[in-house]
Write a protein that binds this ligand. Structure first.
Ligand code: WT7
Length: 681
């Protein structure tokens, strides 16, 4: 299916009809606006800011910053002096000023076909106000951190927006994370309240979420931190069906659901809501007040609490959503990510709601009850803009075109991808089979840290090349540096960095500004360092080549090798561990772990299962090792540094090891080669 051309020369132009009425209709228009956004950011963003309500206007420069550690502390400030409320802007303003009260905000599609709910902007506003009052009644105040550990239900959006309304800082923890991960995040940001649910289904697997939440709170207590208030949404319990928002969904029966209840700590979401008023004046926040914390893997192993603030994040997610998906009022938009990741924060909650968009909110899996589910939903709601990850595309591609072509998909207009580089084969399948060759693909490169898209095509304007995130978004100035920190011009490859901030960039690592500075600004003073490699081709297109630090990208999720290694070494049988990525046809990378056991311990299947369980329990199912190899010794340099480059080659079965003259003992390599796992895969 891939044309016989170098990807660089494989150029696609959006259909003419895309250009009609597009926000940015041509490449020339893109270039003109881009120059304006760089030369006069105050004017460019000032125009965008006119769409929002400001309680007080900003004074001074639109963006003020220092990116150079040699000149003082790193800081980024956007619209200082202004005050606003993001919840007010994404809800009240839509209901009152833009008369969108009856417009659907979300079509919720549950895990089980037939479970569904429609929520309008007015209904969402009412629920958010009620829940904001609930939070206040539980003693939550402006600036307090609230942990949220919930499945993909409308109430998750309600919980986050209610925090934003009263100026509390939400810290959402993906519901696939383990109790231990939840505990670490609660303790790190000193949360005063936890919001969770009884349980949920992922496909046919029941997750007893409340049990995990309780386990996390117990671990917090063991670490000397006590969190004494927990609000529990009854999502699966029998009561849920009696108190649901509208039509009681036909839920799967769940005889195995366990909901332990501690009356001192646990409060029922629905009972609190029933007693709560639906009027709640928003808290006016300063531009740089914190909005949320979201943890992302760090190369030292300890996750970093990425902090985003109110005004810049609001403007940036709104602008990127509007322009990158070329949003139109009658669109039905669907992003398949989980709100527990940044993609869900920016492009399920804040960006779409700021634009008054109608979205699908999907609780389930692309493969349940069968591999047509996604396309069935696309037709059911007439989805026009669809956003997913390359790993999902590759997984569905395995089943061929028949499950896709069973459905019409004629409502689709723009397709998007995010999370990792998309390989040309998956790109072509997405373009020709899913989009019937009609829909531009926006390959959006960004990070938890960037808040929103930073390198991306605009669907009507940018000629696409499969696998390239193309060009920077407005206000973003990329550069490619070599190892000595020199900017490379023209065709080149090196470190991808950014030279100046855009409104949505992170402001700090929560509670650890020094770590923020050392992670992103120390290597090349004056630049924000992404941690990704990048190539620029003869036409100026940017191609992200993947992480160049000790991070792995498994199914679009970043994992730190150090974090997995520390989980493995936490097992009594393991003396040393080294984790590398091995290319995987669907997941992008899989986790390949080398473990050196303590003296006298024998490697066997039982131990292997224990080690996998250990990692799952410490981090979560996404970090489960794919391969574990018993490594009596690891390849090390004479100074004792593990040579990961060599381990990556062994894991991938590549014999050509390059220069290994610095190895202390080269016989180790041959031995590891002979006992490789999964040689046939
Ligand atoms: C890392 C950030 C942004 C939401 C999802 C991941 C990789 C992301 C792309 C893309 C190539 C990509 C990078 C980046 N990445 N999108 N379109 N092309 N690589 O957020 O967990 O913070 O991960 O994902 O390596 O640094 P995240």
């Amino acid at each position: 299916m891939i044309p016989d051309k170098a990807p660089e020369d494989d150029v696609f132009h959006g259909a003419e009809e895309m250009r009609r009425g597009a926000h940015v209709p041509t490449f020339d228009k893109f270039k003109e606006l881009y120059m304006q956004s760089i030369e006069d950011p105050d004017k460019f963003w000032g125009d965008m800011a006119k769409d929002f309500f400001w309680k007080t206007k900003h004074t001074g420069r639109f963006l003020d910053y220092n990116f150079d550690t040699t000149k003082g502390d790193i800081f980024i400030k956007c619209m200082e002096g202004a005050s606003t409320n993001i919840c007010y802007n994404v809800l009240d303003r839509n209901v009152q000023d833009r008369k969108l009260g009856d417009k659907v905000a979300f079509y919720w599609e549950g895990n089980e076909p037939g479970d569904e709910l429609t929520v309008t902007y007015r209904e969402l506003l009412t629920s958010v106000c009620r829940f904001a009052n609930v939070l206040k009644s539980q003693g939550v105040k402006k600036g307090d951190r609230v942990a949220i550990y919930m499945p993909m239900v409308v109430e998750l959006v309600v919980a986050m927006l209610a925090c934003a309304r009263i100026g509390a800082v939400h810290s959402i923890v993906f519901a696939g994370f383990s109790a231990e991960s939840l505990c670490d995040r609660i303790v790190d940001s000193q949360c005063s309240l936890l919001i969770t649910a009884d349980g949920f289904y992922r496909g046919d697997k029941l997750i007893n979420l409340k049990l995990l939440a309780d386990e996390a709170l117990q671990k917090c207590t063991d670490k000397g931190f006590s969190l004494e208030r927990c609000i529990v949404l009854k999502h699966l319990s029998k009561e849920a069906q009696e108190i649901s928002l509208k039509s009681p969904p036909a839920k799967r029966p769940c005889p195995d659901l366990q909901v332990p209840w501690n009356p001192q700590v646990d409060k029922c979401w629905h009972a609190l809501m029933a007693d709560s008023s639906d009027e709640c004046e928003p808290e006016w926040c300063a531009s740089e007040d914190p909005l949320f914390i979201l943890y992302t893997s760090g190369s030292t192993g300890k996750p970093k609490g990425v902090l985003h603030t109110v005004s810049g994040y609001m403007l940036y997610t709104a602008a990127t959503f509007k322009l990158v998906f070329d949003h139109r009022p009658d669109d039905i938009y669907w992003c398949t990510a989980d709100i527990g990741w940044i993609t869900g924060h920016s492009y399920i909650t804040y960006g779409p709601l700021a634009n008054g968009a109608t979205s699908v909110l999907f609780e389930g899996l692309p493969t349940y009850p069968d591999v047509s589910r996604i396309w069935e939903i696309v037709d059911k709601y007439h989805v026009s803009k669809f956003y997913t990850a390359p790993t999902a595309i590759r997984m569905l591609m395995k089943y061929g075109s028949e499950p896709v072509q069973k459905y019409k998909r004629d409502s689709l207009k723009v397709l998007g991808t995010v999370g990792e580089p998309i390989n040309p084969e998956a790109w072509h399948w997405y373009f020709t089979v899913v989009g019937d060759g009609r829909c531009p693909i926006v390959d959006t490169f960004w990070q938890t840290e960037t808040g929103g898209h930073v390198m991306t095509p605009l669907p009507a304007a940018t000629p696409m090349k499969p696998g390239s995130a193309t060009f920077p978004f407005f206000g973003v100035v990329p550069a490619i540096l070599n190892e000595s920190g020199e900017e490379l011009a023209g065709t080149s490859e090196g470190y991808l960095v950014f030279k100046q901030p855009w409104p949505g960039v992170m402001r700090t690592v929560y509670g650890n500004h020094a770590r923020f500075e050392s992670t992103y600004f120390k290597k090349f003073p004056g630049y924000y360092v992404t941690g990704d490699g990048c190539r620029r081709d003869k036409d100026g297109y940017y191609w992200i080549t993947g992480r160049i630090d000790d991070m792995l990208n498994v199914s679009g999720h970043l994992l730190s090798t150090a974090e997995v290694e520390s989980a493995l070494v936490g097992h009594e049988a393991v003396a040393e561990a080294a984790v590398v990525g091995r290319p995987h046809p669907v997941k992008g990378e899989s986790l390949y772990c080398f473990v050196t056991l303590r003296d006298g311990v024998k490697y066997n299947r039982t131990l292997e299962a224990q080690l996998k369980k250990q990692v799952r329990e410490k981090i979560g199912a996404i970090a489960t090792p794919d391969f574990i190899q018993d490594a009596p010794a690891l390849p090390k340099t004479r100074s004792g540094k593990i040579m990961r480059r060599v381990l990556r080659k062994i894991a991938g079965g590549e014999r050509d090891l390059g220069d290994i003259s610095t190895l202390a003992d080269s016989s180790v390599v041959e031995q590891l080669f002979q006992n490789r796992c999964g040689a046939g895969e």
